[in-house]
Design a protein. Structure first.
Length: 460
């Protein structure tokens, strides 16, 4: 049994763009299908292994200002009645508008299952809008870029449990399906564990010859790779699916990509966009270094990329089997790591041999832990107790004699953890003080190997 999802929101926020992305090609025909009205179009959507019906309320575009509100209300209500789940979209660049608030109210009243999406979320121009979206009272927004295909993993994560519920609902026929999208502030340890329907997505990145293919083959099991899908591995365009020490995983297929690159004879050029694709795919990125030549320019670039994309990161140093002075080498590596990748402070550094398989247990554990931290949620109460201590220990600066007041702090998101601090004069807050807080969070709440986002926000 599948479910239906209606995309609602004011004109121009990107509804059709998302619709098209979810449905793929073959779109021209959907309007001609019986039962589909001109202003509500339907399509069969795919997202990961989910299949569902998507309804787009695109017909509002030609509404004049006068008629807009009424039509919008009717159309939205109809879409909400038709669909199991509503995806309410705002334009993160524009921020929350009065029209958005009207929508939010309709949706709250209809008490539908609402997923809030802040679209056009690529780039920092969207930061403020994403935070503002919380004020709609519809839970945590997903940061999306329908145009660039970003944030679809998060959409998947939100749809997945709902899809499960609708399936269950179909079986037990209970009249109420009560799903709470809001995360419970009192629980800090409700990390979604990987399951066979939502495997942990891992990518191994690094320079050519670091040993990526060897490592991936080792994880998957070389024999099984040769025997293919019958042995429980399904191969789609970019990823291989298997279990690693009983953890269902999907691993980015570096070798498959490279084969394609060779065919196209653009090996070097592709390896960069390859890395980017791998990073975007992954929840946890393993940066694989060659022990003989660690922290090359290319390694640093890709590690930095993983951090900027907000992925959990584990650094693995490969070919440890041929390393002579291991003790000394490890010390050097740790020193270089701290110096060259300060943005990944605290990320685990694991020595492995992809060839012999040594260290792979520790790598697995480090990945699981990084994933857990990446999903971590800290309660507002805990955060504010902590903030008080931090402020006492080291008061915020007073530019031009006026001390910046930090009033309140909350965790706005997970994957990676993101925090918002309400303060006076957020624009005057020096980078060094933000860094003090981020490093403090990392230490005191034990969050190694995950990017931490901190946003200063003024109160209005
Ligand atoms: P709709 O009226 O809500 O269906 O919006 P459309 O899908 O027609 O998109 C409106 C405009 O926003 C178009 O020019 C899109 O190209 C643009 N757009 C859609 N998604 C994104 C996005 O993620 N980022 C940016 N920058 N623009 C987007
Ligand atoms: P990729 O380009 O990153 O996919 O690297 P490959 O997996 O193709 O490995 C490059 C070379 O390094 C191959 O000759 C591998 O046999 C070798 N290699 C990979 N891992 C190890 C290791 O742990 N120890 C040693 N000694 N050699 C390795």
């Amino acid at each position: 049994m599948s479910f239906s999802l209606a995309i609602v929101g004011r004109p121009n926020v990107g509804k059709s763009t998302l619709f098209n992305r979810l449905v793929g090609k073959k779109l021209a025909l959907v309007d001609d299908q019986p039962g589909v009205t001109r202003d509500l179009r339907e399509g069969e959507a795919r997202l990961g292994d989910l299949r569902f019906t998507v309804i787009d309320t695109a017909g509002l575009e030609d509404a004049t200002d006068d008629s807009l509100q009424g039509r919008m209300r009717r159309l939205t209500e109809r879409a909400v009645d038709m669909a199991d789940i509503c995806l309410f979209m705002i334009d993160a660049r524009a921020g929350v508008t009065p029209t958005d608030m009207i929508f939010a109210e309709i949706l709250r009243k209809k008490s539908a299952h609402v997923i809030l999406a802040a679209n056009k979320g690529e780039g920092s121009a969207a930061d403020a809008g994403v935070i503002e979206a919380y004020s709609l009272g519809l839970g945590e927004p997903i940061r999306l870029s329908a145009e660039h295909g970003e944030g679809l993993n998060d959409l998947y994560s939100q749809l997945m449990p709902l899809a499960d519920e609708f399936e269950k609902h179909a079986v037990d026929t209970s009249p109420e399906v009560d799903i709470d999208l809001d995360e419970d502030d009192e629980h800090t340890d409700d990390v979604p564990m990987p399951t066979s329907s939502k495997p942990l997505q891992i990518a191994v990145v690094g320079r050519p010859n670091a040993g990526k293919s060897t490592l991936i083959n080792k994880i998957i099991g070389e024999d099984r790779l040769l025997t293919g899908p019958e042995a429980g591995i399904t191969r789609d365009a970019i990823s291989l699916r298997t279990e690693w020490q009983e953890t269902p995983i999907r691993i980015f297929d570096t070798a498959g990509m490279r084969k394609k690159a060779k065919v196209q004879d653009k090996v070097e050029k592709l390896s960069v966009s390859d890395g980017l694709r791998a990073v975007k795919f992954a929840e946890v990125v393993v940066v694989l270094l060659d022990a003989a030549i660690p922290f090359e320019q290319q390694d640093l670039r890709i590690a930095d990329l993983a951090e900027r994309e907000g992925r959990a990161v584990v650094v693995a140093v490969n070919k440890w089997d041929i390393e002579d002075s291991k003790q000394e080498k490890l010390r050097d590596l740790k020193e270089s790591f701290t110096r060259l990748l300060p943005q990944l402070r605290g990320a685990p550094l694991i020595t492995v041999s992809a060839k012999t398989g040594r260290g792979l247990d520790r790598l697995h554990d480090a990945i699981m832990r990084a994933y857990e931290v990446w999903n971590r949620r800290i309660t507002t109460a805990q955060l504010n107790r902590w903030l008080t201590g931090m402020l006492e220990q080291h008061p915020p600066p007073a530019p031009q004699g006026k001390r910046i007041k930090l009033r309140y702090m909350t965790q706005a998101k997970t994957r990676p953890p993101g925090f918002v601090v309400m303060c006076s004069h957020p624009d005057k807050m020096p980078e060094s003080y933000s860094r003090y807080l981020v490093n403090g969070l990392r230490e005191d709440f034990d969050m190694p190997g995950t990017p931490i986002r901190l946003m200063m926000r003024g109160q209005n």
